[in-house]
Design a protein around this ligand. Structure first.
Ligand SMILES: Nc1nc2c(c(=O)[nH]1)N[C@H]1C(S)=C(S)[C@@H](COP(=O)(O)O)O[C@H]1N2
Ligand SMILES: [Mo]
Length: 558
């Protein structure tokens, strides 16, 4: 019999006989120090579990680790309004916030299990193992899961974590005077504290385990990093072809020289990013393939990047907008894209649009991370420049924006058109399939709504009286912006000066020289598209098909 068994009834017995704390001998009472060390042990166990899982995830899939898997599964199950709120509140930091949230929950649970393990060693360890099951289940449930192997990292991490907690909690079992002499730490110098706990043994074990876990985690990162480096090398080798059909030069007057306005072409680093990827997919271009198949596809194909680049290439300026963009929001950007016309590729595969008798009205694009986006086949094939793009502003797509290939369709919100890291195109029907966001209450079809935004002055600015330059952008992709008007307070709508139009698929800058009088004023903007429709002042939320309403800014003129 080990000293531990002598001084501690097995947890099951303690439970069945209902032994309360008061009934126990003082040595077995959970002192604040033992409780604190126990919680500490829980934290070490959780840290170890996550580090081991990280290492185990490297050969499986970078996203199969528990933090990413649980975070991703949580995102999948979050109601649309909450997700919308998160995107709005945390912006591009939403993923960081989610990660920190998962880590905070894990830490709390770990501290709790550590406390539990002081009294109920096996139960505490079992708890850690149980959370491994949760992580494993989350990983398998992800759309990009390879299969049950995705559960392995979480399970392996949890088993090691459970063992660590079991061992560490064992160090916190007080030795009775008789049994204490058998404890090695005692012989080594009597490190027991007043409550008979082998504090030094605990500390040594905890430090050794933490160091080993840190090493395992670092190794995991290193292995995971090797993939990323291969992908980066493949991107560095990409030589973009000269466009067969270059974009017309941007008119010199498309960008206005009004301080506080954004550049007409959004630099890649400044381009908004919205996606569900908790780890940016780093696809190796050399092994990448795009499959086209499904209803009405008489000649299915699987193409590599070189095959795509060998086709007729086109270069176009296209403004991309996110359906989650609030009125006045930042999720809109304008880039010069290089790629091939998707309609040509589809036609080569035998696809006909519904208007010419084709059986498929929906094109479902799938990304390497399992995302699905559904686009109307009719829109893709109606003559607009719907692209499979591999270039963005003169460089291969950045990883964040879909390397090696993404879709861009003028006039449609990103979630129904702009699949990044695309690897599969399936022709189907809207009746037969709902894509990711459609299953979450967003509209099946979502053309971009006519919108305009004031970029300068900023809200609550305090310009001096006199001429104040008001400026911003307006967009109505694929229809074109015809008119922008500005209103001061409840005054009449005054025409703004429109910058030259690049194309009807791009946004348009505008400015208005305002003769500002002292006091607090509200500036409001509205745009009218080429169909003659003026932006409505009826405010709607972003769900289900994009926000409507007019942007206004309040300023105080000094
Ligand atoms: N694979 C994948 N593609 C995606 C998404 C995604 O989550 N995953 N998000 C879509 C959405 S909602 C938008 S608005 C655009 C944003 O593209 P960007 O991040 O390059 O600006 O990508 C689209 N393509
Ligand atoms: Mo979006």
């Amino acid at each position: 019999m080990s000293p531990w068994e002598k001084s501690n009834p097995p947890p099951s017995r303690a439970r069945t006989t209902g032994v309360s704390t008061e009934d126990r001998t003082p040595a077995r009472r959970v002192t604040p120090r033992r409780a604190a060390l126990g919680a500490c042990g829980g934290a070490v166990a959780a840290y170890t579990a996550l580090a081991v899982a990280e290492l185990a995830a490297a050969p499986v899939r970078p996203g199969a680790g528990p933090v990413v898997a649980v975070g991703g599964a949580a995102v999948d199950r979050t109601p649309a309004p909450v997700k919308d709120w998160a995107i709005r509140t945390f912006g591009t930091q939403d993923k960081l916030v989610l990660h920190l949230g998962v880590l905070a929950v894990v830490t709390l649970l770990a501290l709790g299990l550590g406390l539990l393990a002081v009294r109920r060693r096996r139960l505490g360890a079992a708890g850690v193992a149980l959370f491994g099951l949760v992580g494993g289940a989350a990983a398998v449930s992800r759309p990009d899961a390879t299969g049950v192997v995705d559960a392995l990292p979480s399970l392996a991490g949890a088993l090691v974590g459970a063992a660590v907690l079991f061992v560490l909690a064992g160090r916190l079992v007080p030795r009775t005077p008789g049994a204490a002499s058998a404890a090695p730490a005692d012989e080594a110098g009597g490190a027991h504290t007043g409550d008979g706990v082998d504090r030094r043994g605990f500390a040594l074990t905890a430090v050794a385990v933490t160091a080993a876990a840190t090493g395992a985690g670092a190794l995991g990162r290193l292995l995971g990093g090797a993939r990323a480096r291969d992908a980066a090398a493949s991107r560095a080798r990409v030589v973009l072809p000269a466009p067969g059909s270059p974009a017309p030069p941007v008119p010199r007057r498309a960008g206005l020289r009004v301080p506080g306005m954004q550049p007409f072409i959004t630099p890649n680093e400044a381009f908004y990013r919205v996606d569900t990827a908790l780890v940016v997919p780093r696809v190796d271009a050399d092994s990448w393939r795009l499959r086209v198949h499904g209803k009405g596809v008489t000649r299915p194909v699987a193409l590599g990047l070189a095959d795509l680049m060998a086709r007729d290439t086109v270069e176009r300026d296209i403004t991309l907008t996110c359906v989650s963009n609030e009125v006045g929001g930042p999720y809109v950007g304008n880039a010069r894209w290089l790629g091939v016309r998707l309609a040509d590729l589809l036609a080569d595969c035998g696809v006909r649009p519904p208007s010419r008798g084709g059986p498929a009205d929906q094109l479902v694009a799938r990304s390497v991370d399992g995302m699905t986006l559904g686009t109307p086949v009719e829109d893709v094939m109606d003559g607009r420049d719907a692209l499979l793009a591999f270039g963005m502003n003169g460089e291969p797509l950045p990883f964040e924006h879909g390397f090696p290939v993404r879709m861009v369709v003028p006039g449609l919100y990103g979630y129904v058109s702009a699949c990044k890291w695309i690897e599969d195109i399936e022709l189907t029907t809207f009746d037969a399939y709902d894509a990711y966001w459609v299953r979450r209450k967003w509209a099946r079809r979502a053309p971009v709504k006519t919108q305009s935004r004031i970029d300068t002055p900023r809200p609550f600015a305090r310009p001096g009286a006199g001429t104040v330059m008001v400026g911003g952008v307006a967009w109505a992709q694929h229809r074109g912006v015809d008119r922008v008007e500005v209103r001061v307070d409840d005054g009449p709508w005054e025409p703004a000066d429109l910058a030259a139009e690049d194309s009807r698929d791009t946004w348009r800058q505008w400015s208005y020289a305002w003769d500002a009088s002292p006091g607090t004023h509200t500036l409001t903007v509205r745009a009218t598209d080429r169909d003659g429709r003026t932006q409505t002042d009826r405010r709607t939320r972003t769900v289900p098909d994009g926000a409507s309403g007019r942007h206004s800014v309040v300023v105080t003129v000094g």
